[in-house]
Ligand binder design. Sequence first.
Ligand SMILES: [Zn+2]
Length: 491
Amino acid sequence: MMSTTTNKPDDKKLTPRSEDFSAWYNELVLRAQLADYSPVRGCIVFRPEGFAIWENIVAELDRRIKRTGARNAYFPLFIPQSFIRKEASHVEGFSPELAVVTHGGGKELEEPLIVRPTSETIINHMFAQWIKSYRDLPLMVNQWCNVVRWEMRTRMFLRTTEFLWQEGHTAHATREEAEAETLAMLEVYRAFCEEFLAIPLIVGRKSAAERFAGAVETYAIESLMRDGRALQCGTSHFLGQNFARAFEIRYLDENNQLQYVWQTSWGVSTRLLGALIMVHGDDQGLRLPPTVAPVQVVIVPIWRKPAERDDVLGSARAALAALTQAGVRCKLDDREGITPGFKFNEWEMRGVPLRIEIGPRDVAASEATLARRDAPGPTSKLKGALSRLPETVSALLDAMQAGLYREAKGAMDAATVEAPDFESLCRQMAGEGGGGLANVYWCGSAACETKIREQTKATCRAIPLAQTVAPRPCVVCGQTANERAFFAKAY
Ligand SMILES: [Zn+2]
């Protein structure tokens, strides 16, 4: 596949989101230099701009995961084929997506190796050897790694054959403890996405059809993209004793009785980059929440006459030093031979939250001009005293973080509709705006879920955890429904 990225000035605007959301997305990923197509079909190359965002996600989420007591470990990329076959629904779920290594060192292998699609099997094989007594529990490990799932239809960050993620795996003495851990990690993911990525979510349980292969219960955080389609951003699974029985993970309890452990697994992936783009991006490019932005502030010095150059650059460098000293991730764009307008467009495309312009008149007045990425245009520019830049910038970044969340939440709420009957559900999913989130009464039966999927392409995204609703007729079959669920067309 040919790459369409270029380092030349961009003379072309992005396709507007309203015109073709999918074209907008692909153009943005390439033009903001987040990723590029790779020579291997279905795989992508993370460019430094994109990888720096992922590194910030990893750093913050890793801190939050470790706070729960889990520790990082690393397990092999290759898994013996027989391992995948040990848990029946696991093998059934993953078989079509497996990449299999049959040869190594020029010879056919005695047993083919699977390139990990997820690591439950190999980790549980090791857990069986490490867990002997109740004193070894709980055992909580997390792994940051790549996984491979052979995808037929791929899209950058959202669905790629190889992707990066973290997968947590835990073993507990009791069912209650494992269930509590599953929900605790769901809450870690919710707080991380809403606080750090400014992405509003719906949170809940998955239907049986959407459950992880081998899980007793799957919980997920889901967000709504600006084209009205939902994106699963993270999952936390209660595995019960399914893998414990398949891999013989038993421990001696306090009464010297052998017991199977209870388990969980949970993960988020580089999909989150796709969510950031599709929730916050606009027609000018990416918009990054300050917390996750590799560059939070770019300083652009502006001068015309050579005589102005030294003063302007001097002030710009002083501003850079003061902001860096205050802990702001700041960059000085002092490239020459490039117009300020071009620089503005480039940093807007890359989603840098705040731009500081310093020209001769600003220097004379001991101030700077500040332009917010979330409020583009000359009228929204502000003036700030150079002596107080760190305080001013810090307050603006906080306001932008909250503002991006508020804006995205408003968009999600506006696209969330209660569909009282099947006809209105069909109408909503077929309508403009991509369908959005439909909040419906559903009896829980697979037949009704299938009918919804076949007629509207919407799937059950989440069944909210705490429900205080009176029973009503199911939107499909009319029988009693005790719960509401969110349906949407999904990525
Ligand atoms: Zn029904």
